[in-house]
Design a binder for this molecule. Structure first.
Ligand code: ADP
Length: 649
């Protein structure tokens, strides 16, 4: 709940919109009650055939007459009481009668005041003819219904604007979080998890906020408007009609709990469903090559079936909320009809010895009372939707906010240092590292790479080569020890400053579904087209790019699927060349490039690597030839030796 309250607080930053929405909701509720109250004059003039002015005058006269009679009776009773001599029982009865007359007088004074206030309005604005009065009221009802819907529309739009704003804000924050987390933290959610959070969960939260600031305001206000009207007619009878409320309240609390559990299940299933779907679709080639379509189909079917099962439970509880709230509504109306009708038919003011009204109710009075309760029953019924919406919002917030609150392990110092370029040295000082806190991937590594050095990292698979690079690029922080640039731990540097110094080509080439130009320009956004072409020539990519009908404007498809592995690597290399960074990191960067092209690339590399630090993971002897130092990484230990070519030299 606390997270949902936070979301509501976030939303309340747009308070002018919410105040506007609240005022509109109040307008809706007021007009809702007024429309029902408008029944009164219709019934009154239709039943009695007299104008409202006459009805009001007779109310004034009746009240005045009653007040006078009561005043006389009170004087008489007071005299009797003052005279003494009355037996105790009669004294008590006389006192009781005086009290009840005083109470009744208060009601009459209220009637008199309101009727006298009303009289000039009725005289000034309402026709004297009963039928014309009915017509006027009917027109007013139509106009007020129109107005009510204008208010409702405005309120819906305002609330929706705020909720969508929050959901956009949350989406942005989740996206930013995904970009800022270290890779282990990122992988806890995975792309599928982040996708589900950005779409499904943010939607849930927005729905919850809309419900709270929309339905959860409008519907209770409508109920309040109608119950206030009913209270004015007879507060005792209204309370009697609400006797079922506690039972229904208890049922709603139970239902609330069920709904929240189901909503949580739905969310976790939705996350699983995204995982299954994205995994199969991202690896579709493997699925097809190994004819695993039936297996994947079954896995997908299972996850959708689970979703469906939970969806059905959700529907069941949501549907159950309807009858429960409706029971309260109908219970109210039924009690009011039974009690009210009994009072009117028998012209009584009491039931089971409890006073319900000061004086017997009139037919129009009880009709409006019924109307008010029916008017309250409808929003009560709609409250079930409000409860569902709030629950969904709570579950959404519970999933989103903890993720947003997760601090990235790659935090920067408040005042990060900026070092002059180029750097002098990269140093590992007793660095140990573990991804999961269990297996140690690097152990107490001491290592130094000077500026301008060309280092080849070699070693068996899983030895820790890529991990070494990950630490240099600060995709992770060491578990123990520190990686230093010119003696400053990387964690004390601005992350952007560090990354700006590095150009990296990884084993898995990552390309965007954009043009080749866009993909190369990603290395340096302000590069000119000429610079991009020069970089492409260095990476031996220009020729194949020029062969495409659209040249550099060719779209590469999702993750560059329209290109061959070697072509993709060459574009990634061009991107790295374009960056013109002081540290070049190549992780098996030419592994898929044909021998002839690779030779040409090496030639370009030999010129390019001057005046920068180059760190390359490679098994290719031709690439090794570029190196002047070899780092042998094996089961977490690193040893440094001069490259064979240098030894030979
Ligand atoms: P290399 O590049 O030498 O082949 P890596 O540095 O990629 O090896 O991996 C070293 C070890 O760390 C391997 O045993 C691998 O299983 C483990 N590893 C790599 N990446 C992760 C990760 N993100 N989470 C957990 N373990 C990992």
């Amino acid at each position: 709940m606390k997270y949902f309250l936070r979301a509501l607080r976030d939303a309340s930053k747009s308070w002018p919109f919410l105040v506007g929405a609240f005022l509109c909701s109040a307008g809706v509720a007021g007009l809702w009650g007024a429309n029902i109250a408008a029944l009164f004059p219709i019934i009154e003039v239709t039943l009695n055939g007299e104008s409202l002015q006459e009805w009001n005058t007779s109310r004034i006269e009746d009240a005045e007459k009653r007040l006078k009679e009561h005043a006389d009776e009170i004087t008489q009773l007071e005299e009797q009481l003052a005279g003494g001599g009355l037996p105790d029982a009669d004294r008590i009865a006389a006192r009781g009668r005086v009290d009840s007359l005083i109470l009744s007088d208060k009601g009459d004074v209220a009637i008199l005041t309101s009727a006298r206030w009303l009289q000039p309005w009725l005289e000034g604005y309402l026709p004297r003819d009963p039928f014309q009065t009915v017509l006027l009221v009917v027109v007013l009802i139509v106009v007020s219904t129109f107005l009510k819907h204008c208010f409702l529309l405005t309120s819906t739009m305002l609330v929706s604007y705020v909720a969508m704003g929050i959901s956009r804000d949350i989406r942005t924050r989740i996206f930013n979080k995904a970009l800022e987390l270290d890779r282990t933290q990122f992988m806890r959610q995975g792309s599928a998890g982040f996708m589900a959070q950005v779409t499904h969960t943010a939607e849930m939260l927005a729905g919850g906020i809309t419900t709270v600031y929309g339905g959860a305001v409008t519907e209770p206000l409508k109920i309040i408007a109608c119950l206030t009207g009913a209270f004015c007619i007879s507060w005792q009878l209204t309370l009697a009609c609400l006797t079922m409320a506690p039972v229904v309240g208890f049922l709603m609390v139970w239902l609330n709990r069920q709904m929240r559990n189901v909503s949580k299940n739905i969310l976790s299933q939705a996350l699983g469903f995204h995982h299954v779907m994205l995994e199969a679709l991202n690896n579709v080639l493997t699925v097809q090559a190994y004819t695993m379509e039936p297996f994947e189909r079954e896995r997908f079917r299972e996850s959708t079936t689970k979703m469906m099962r939970i969806g059905m439970r959700h529907t069941f509880f949501r549907a159950l909320a309807n009858p429960i709230t409706e029971i309260l509504g109908i219970g109210m109306v039924a009690t009011s009809i039974a009690v009210g009708a009994w009072l009117v038919i028998n012209q009584e003011t009491q039931i089971f010895g409890i006073t319900m009204t000061d004086r017997p109710m009139t037919v129009p009075g009880i009709m409006v009372f019924f109307g008010m309760l029916i008017g309250a029953a409808d929003p009560v019924r709609k409250l079930s939707g409000v409860i569902t919406g709030i629950n969904v919002g709570i579950v959404g917030a519970q999933s989103l906010y903890p993720l947003l609150d997760t601090p990235s392990k790659l935090r920067e110092q408040p005042n990060p240092l900026r070092l002059p370029s180029p750097h002098r040295e990269i140093r590992f000082d007793k660095v140990s590292f573990s991804y999961d806190g269990i297996d140690t991937v690097l152990r107490e590594v001491d290592l130094s790479i000077n500026f301008g050095e060309r280092v080849a990292i070699v070693g068996p698979n899983g030895g820790g080569k890529s991990t070494l690079i990950n630490l240099i690029c600060r995709f992770y922080d060491p578990t123990k020890g520190s990686v230093l640039l010119d003696g400053v731990p990387l964690s004390n540097l601005a992350l952007a400053d560090l990354r700006r110094r590095i150009a990296i080509v990884t084993q898995q080439t990552e390309l965007f579904n954009e043009t080749i130009l866009y993909n190369i320009r990603y290395g340096r956004w302000d590069a000119t087209d000429e610079e991009i072409e020069a970089a492409a020539r260095k990476a031996r990519a220009h020729d194949f790019i020029a062969d495409f009908p659209e040249g550099y404007k060719t779209k590469v498809g999702p993750n560059g699927f329209r290109l061959s592995g070697g072509q993709r690597q060459r574009i990634a290399l061009a991107r790295a060349f374009l960056r013109d960074a002081e540290i070049l990191v190549l992780d098996e960067a030419t592994s898929q490039i044909d021998v002839a092209s690779e030779e040409l690339i090496h030639e370009a590399l030999t010129r390019y690597v001057e005046n920068r630090t180059v760190i390359m993971i490679t098994h290719r002897p031709s690439t090794l030839a570029l190196a002047d130092t070899i780092l042998q990484v094996d089961h977490g230990t690193v040893t440094k030796r001069p490259a064979a070519s240098h030894q030979a030299a």
